[in-house]
Design a protein around this ligand. Structure first.
Ligand code: GLP
Length: 241
């Protein structure tokens, strides 16, 4: 795994944006894997600016998001669908029909999961996937577990994840308990991965991801096996390395 240590959130976001710009200049019809949470916000801001300057276009881009809460309508303010619309999709020239996010309100979640993987495969797989990391080492919503879940699946969220994400909701009781997440194999099949981490609350997870054993108890540790993965980490998140 390539490791790039940067000063702060801003530098992390700029460096990540440069990888995306290079990807889109080389392959305008790239399939991008996108993430939510506070970590990629700066990256999306940079990409919006590059797009508005005419440097890059999303017109031919196809995107797949990592995950979605079960039970939230796409226009619910805390749904990941709404997040993506606000932070990126409505601000760049991406075509709505080319953006995919698992549906959290599907009547048949199993079919939703299977269909999601099939669709990713039908588009030729993901060229560049961005990841954040949970404090417990989760990627997407792949929580610490006894085994790696290969494919897109339904997840029971960890108590810690529910507590961490409660800051976005009115009260902790409003945080959904379940989500749909791309699986580890789906993520690992991306041709390139960039994991971003900022802030001291991520330091322990980053230390375990890079220096620990490869174990489903630290889902991000599997990235050690990826042939083209880069971690862009700010000084605070790298403080235990
Ligand atoms: C959420 C998301 C992850 C994200 C993580 C960290 O649970 N499902 O994709 O990486 O939290 O979030 P943040 O970037 O806000 O720290």
């Amino acid at each position: 795994m390539n490791i790039i240590i940067v000063k702060d959130f801003e530098e992390m976001s700029r460096k990540a944006a440069h990888l995306f710009v290079a990807q889109l200049l080389n392959k305008p019809d790239s399939v991008l894997g996108l993430a939510t949470g506070s970590t990629p916000l700066g990256l999306y801001r940079e990409l919006v600016a590059f797009c508005n300057q005419g440097m890059i276009s999303f017109d031919k881009v196809v995107s797949f998001n990592l995950d979605e809460y079960i039970g939230l309508e796409p226009d619910h303010p805390q749904s990941y669908s709404h997040f993506m619309e606000q932070e990126l999709f409505s601000r760049v020239d991406i075509r709505p029909e080319n953006t995919f996010i698992p549906s959290g309100i599907s009547k048949d979640v199993e079919a939703e999961c299977k269909g999601y993987d099939k669709r990713i495969a039908a588009y030729g797989g993901i060229d560049l996937q961005v990841l954040g990391i949970g404090r417990n080492g989760h990627i997407g919503f792949n929580e610490p577990d006894l085994k790696f879940e290969a494919r897109t699946h339904v997840v029971q969220l960890d108590e810690q994840t529910i507590r961490d994400n409660a800051r976005f909701f009115k009260e902790i009781g409003d945080v959904p308990r379940r989500a749909i997440s791309m699986g580890i194999k789906t993520i690992m099949q991306s041709r390139q991965i960039v994991l971003l981490a900022s802030g001291k609350e991520k330091a322990e997870a980053i230390e375990k991801m890079l220096n620990g054993n490869i174990t489903p108890e630290v889902p991000a540790s599997v990235l050690q096996l990826h042939p083209n993965a880069t971690a862009i980490i700010d000084l605070a998140a790298a403080s235990l390395l």
